[in-house]
Design a protein around this ligand. Structure first.
Ligand code: ATP
Ligand code: MG
Length: 175
Protein backbone atom coordinates (compact mmCIF):
# COMPACT_ATOMS: atom_id res chain seq x y z
CA UNK A 1 0.00 0.00 0.00
CA UNK A 2 1.21 3.55 -0.59
CA UNK A 3 2.65 5.01 2.60
CA UNK A 4 3.60 8.63 3.19
CA UNK A 5 6.91 8.21 5.01
CA UNK A 6 7.08 11.88 6.01
CA UNK A 7 3.79 11.77 7.91
CA UNK A 8 4.48 8.28 9.22
CA UNK A 9 7.84 9.29 10.72
CA UNK A 10 6.29 12.31 12.38
CA UNK A 11 3.99 9.96 14.28
CA UNK A 12 6.79 7.54 15.17
CA UNK A 13 9.11 10.30 16.41
CA UNK A 14 6.21 11.66 18.45
CA UNK A 15 5.67 8.23 19.99
CA UNK A 16 9.28 7.93 21.23
CA UNK A 17 9.73 11.57 22.17
CA UNK A 18 8.70 11.06 25.79
CA UNK A 19 11.08 8.15 26.28
CA UNK A 20 13.94 10.10 24.69
CA UNK A 21 13.35 13.16 26.82
CA UNK A 22 13.03 11.03 29.95
CA UNK A 23 16.55 9.81 29.17
CA UNK A 24 17.87 13.35 28.78
CA UNK A 25 18.00 13.20 24.99
CA UNK A 26 16.87 15.70 22.43
CA UNK A 27 15.10 14.19 19.43
CA UNK A 28 14.32 16.04 16.24
CA UNK A 29 12.99 15.30 12.80
CA UNK A 30 14.36 17.05 9.71
CA UNK A 31 11.96 16.13 7.00
CA UNK A 32 11.22 17.59 3.65
CA UNK A 33 7.86 19.29 3.80
CA UNK A 34 6.13 17.15 1.25
CA UNK A 35 4.99 13.54 1.10
CA UNK A 36 7.54 10.86 0.26
CA UNK A 37 5.49 7.90 -0.84
CA UNK A 38 6.75 4.33 -0.74
CA UNK A 39 4.91 1.06 -1.25
CA UNK A 40 5.15 -0.40 2.21
CA UNK A 41 3.55 -2.22 5.09
CA UNK A 42 3.02 0.54 7.66
CA UNK A 43 3.29 -1.79 10.66
CA UNK A 44 6.57 -3.34 9.53
CA UNK A 45 8.02 0.06 8.70
CA UNK A 46 6.98 1.25 12.15
CA UNK A 47 8.80 -1.73 13.67
CA UNK A 48 11.97 -0.92 11.69
CA UNK A 49 12.14 2.64 12.98
CA UNK A 50 11.05 1.81 16.52
CA UNK A 51 13.92 -0.70 16.65
CA UNK A 52 16.44 1.87 15.37
CA UNK A 53 15.14 4.64 17.62
CA UNK A 54 15.06 2.36 20.68
CA UNK A 55 18.71 1.55 20.03
CA UNK A 56 19.62 5.22 19.57
CA UNK A 57 17.95 5.99 22.92
CA UNK A 58 19.48 3.00 24.69
CA UNK A 59 23.02 3.52 23.43
CA UNK A 60 23.27 7.29 23.85
CA UNK A 61 24.13 8.93 27.15
CA UNK A 62 22.05 11.70 28.66
CA UNK A 63 22.69 15.05 27.02
CA UNK A 64 22.91 13.56 23.52
CA UNK A 65 20.88 14.16 20.42
CA UNK A 66 18.96 11.92 18.07
CA UNK A 67 18.19 13.26 14.64
CA UNK A 68 15.92 11.66 12.06
CA UNK A 69 16.33 12.84 8.48
CA UNK A 70 14.31 12.00 5.40
CA UNK A 71 15.48 12.63 1.90
CA UNK A 72 14.99 11.29 -1.61
CA UNK A 73 18.16 10.16 -3.34
CA UNK A 74 19.15 8.63 -6.61
CA UNK A 75 21.35 5.65 -5.78
CA UNK A 76 22.86 2.96 -7.97
CA UNK A 77 21.53 2.43 -11.50
CA UNK A 78 19.50 5.64 -11.47
CA UNK A 79 17.07 4.21 -8.96
CA UNK A 80 15.17 6.60 -6.69
CA UNK A 81 15.10 5.76 -2.98
CA UNK A 82 13.54 7.27 0.12
CA UNK A 83 16.38 7.48 2.62
CA UNK A 84 15.73 7.83 6.33
CA UNK A 85 18.70 8.31 8.64
CA UNK A 86 18.63 7.83 12.40
CA UNK A 87 21.64 9.71 13.73
CA UNK A 88 22.76 9.54 17.35
CA UNK A 89 25.61 11.00 19.37
CA UNK A 90 25.98 7.83 21.41
CA UNK A 91 28.63 5.25 22.35
CA UNK A 92 29.22 4.16 18.74
CA UNK A 93 30.21 0.72 17.47
CA UNK A 94 33.77 -0.56 16.83
CA UNK A 95 34.52 -1.08 13.11
CA UNK A 96 35.10 -4.84 13.50
CA UNK A 97 31.60 -5.31 14.95
CA UNK A 98 29.69 -3.57 12.16
CA UNK A 99 29.41 -6.61 9.89
CA UNK A 100 27.82 -8.75 12.62
CA UNK A 101 25.29 -6.22 13.91
CA UNK A 102 22.44 -7.58 11.83
CA UNK A 103 22.95 -11.20 12.91
CA UNK A 104 20.33 -12.63 15.21
CA UNK A 105 21.17 -12.36 18.92
CA UNK A 106 24.35 -10.41 18.19
CA UNK A 107 25.26 -7.79 20.76
CA UNK A 108 28.47 -5.79 20.87
CA UNK A 109 30.85 -7.09 23.55
CA UNK A 110 30.75 -3.86 25.48
CA UNK A 111 30.12 -3.32 29.16
CA UNK A 112 27.72 -0.47 28.57
CA UNK A 113 25.51 -2.34 26.15
CA UNK A 114 25.70 -5.59 28.19
CA UNK A 115 24.19 -3.78 31.12
CA UNK A 116 21.09 -2.91 29.17
CA UNK A 117 18.92 -5.95 28.77
CA UNK A 118 18.30 -6.43 25.07
CA UNK A 119 18.10 -9.72 23.19
CA UNK A 120 20.06 -8.74 20.09
CA UNK A 121 17.12 -9.18 17.73
CA UNK A 122 16.14 -5.59 16.90
CA UNK A 123 18.52 -5.01 14.01
CA UNK A 124 18.06 -8.45 12.45
CA UNK A 125 14.30 -7.86 12.38
CA UNK A 126 14.78 -4.36 10.93
CA UNK A 127 17.10 -5.72 8.26
CA UNK A 128 14.70 -8.53 7.37
CA UNK A 129 11.78 -6.11 6.94
CA UNK A 130 13.81 -3.62 4.89
CA UNK A 131 14.95 -6.45 2.58
CA UNK A 132 11.35 -7.61 2.22
CA UNK A 133 10.57 -4.12 0.88
CA UNK A 134 13.42 -4.27 -1.66
CA UNK A 135 15.52 -1.83 0.31
CA UNK A 136 18.89 -1.79 2.03
CA UNK A 137 20.49 -0.42 5.19
CA UNK A 138 23.67 1.62 5.58
CA UNK A 139 25.55 1.94 8.83
CA UNK A 140 28.30 4.33 9.80
CA UNK A 141 29.73 4.61 13.28
CA UNK A 142 32.60 5.91 15.34
CA UNK A 143 33.19 4.81 18.94
CA UNK A 144 32.42 7.59 21.40
CA UNK A 145 31.07 9.83 18.66
CA UNK A 146 27.91 8.24 17.39
CA UNK A 147 26.14 6.08 14.87
CA UNK A 148 24.08 6.62 11.74
CA UNK A 149 21.71 3.98 10.36
CA UNK A 150 20.16 4.83 7.00
CA UNK A 151 17.17 2.87 5.76
CA UNK A 152 16.78 3.10 1.99
CA UNK A 153 13.38 2.16 0.57
CA UNK A 154 12.65 2.03 -3.16
CA UNK A 155 10.34 4.57 -4.71
CA UNK A 156 8.36 3.26 -7.65
CA UNK A 157 9.97 0.25 -9.30
CA UNK A 158 13.49 0.91 -8.02
CA UNK A 159 15.39 -2.15 -6.84
CA UNK A 160 18.79 -2.77 -5.33
CA UNK A 161 21.32 -5.52 -5.93
CA UNK A 162 21.46 -8.30 -3.33
CA UNK A 163 25.03 -7.43 -2.35
CA UNK A 164 23.98 -3.98 -1.22
CA UNK A 165 21.71 -5.34 1.50
CA UNK A 166 24.02 -3.92 4.15
CA UNK A 167 26.54 -1.22 3.42
CA UNK A 168 29.18 -0.04 5.84
CA UNK A 169 29.87 3.61 5.19
CA UNK A 170 32.94 5.58 6.21
CA UNK A 171 32.27 7.77 9.25
CA UNK A 172 31.89 11.47 8.55
CA UNK A 173 31.52 13.98 11.30
CA UNK A 174 28.33 16.00 11.12
CA UNK A 175 26.63 13.69 8.65
P1 ATP B 1 16.92 -5.84 21.25
O1 ATP B 1 16.86 -4.81 20.16
O2 ATP B 1 16.56 -7.20 20.77
O3 ATP B 1 16.22 -5.42 22.48
P2 ATP B 1 19.71 -5.14 21.17
O4 ATP B 1 19.40 -3.68 21.14
O5 ATP B 1 20.90 -5.57 21.95
O6 ATP B 1 18.47 -5.96 21.71
P3 ATP B 1 19.98 -4.98 18.29
O7 ATP B 1 18.98 -3.88 18.24
O8 ATP B 1 19.92 -6.03 17.24
O9 ATP B 1 19.91 -5.72 19.70
O10 ATP B 1 21.43 -4.34 18.27
C1 ATP B 1 22.58 -5.21 18.30
C2 ATP B 1 23.73 -4.55 19.01
O11 ATP B 1 24.22 -3.49 18.22
C3 ATP B 1 23.38 -3.91 20.35
O12 ATP B 1 23.45 -4.84 21.40
C4 ATP B 1 24.46 -2.85 20.48
O13 ATP B 1 25.64 -3.43 20.98
C5 ATP B 1 24.68 -2.43 19.05
N1 ATP B 1 23.95 -1.20 18.66
C6 ATP B 1 22.79 -1.14 17.97
N2 ATP B 1 22.40 0.12 17.75
C7 ATP B 1 23.37 0.90 18.31
C8 ATP B 1 23.56 2.34 18.41
N3 ATP B 1 22.67 3.19 17.89
N4 ATP B 1 24.68 2.76 19.05
C9 ATP B 1 25.56 1.89 19.57
N5 ATP B 1 25.45 0.54 19.50
C10 ATP B 1 24.37 0.06 18.89
MG1 MG C 1 17.81 -3.03 19.85
Amino acid sequence: KPLDLTAHLERIVDDVKYEAEENGLEIRLNSISRPVTVMADARRITQVFINLLTNAIRYTASGGTITVEIEERVVERNALFACVSVIDTGIGIPAEELLHLFDRFYRVEEARSRHTGGTGLGLSIAHHFVRAHGGFIQVSSQPDEGTVFTVNLPIGSSTCAADTAIQIVQWRKNV
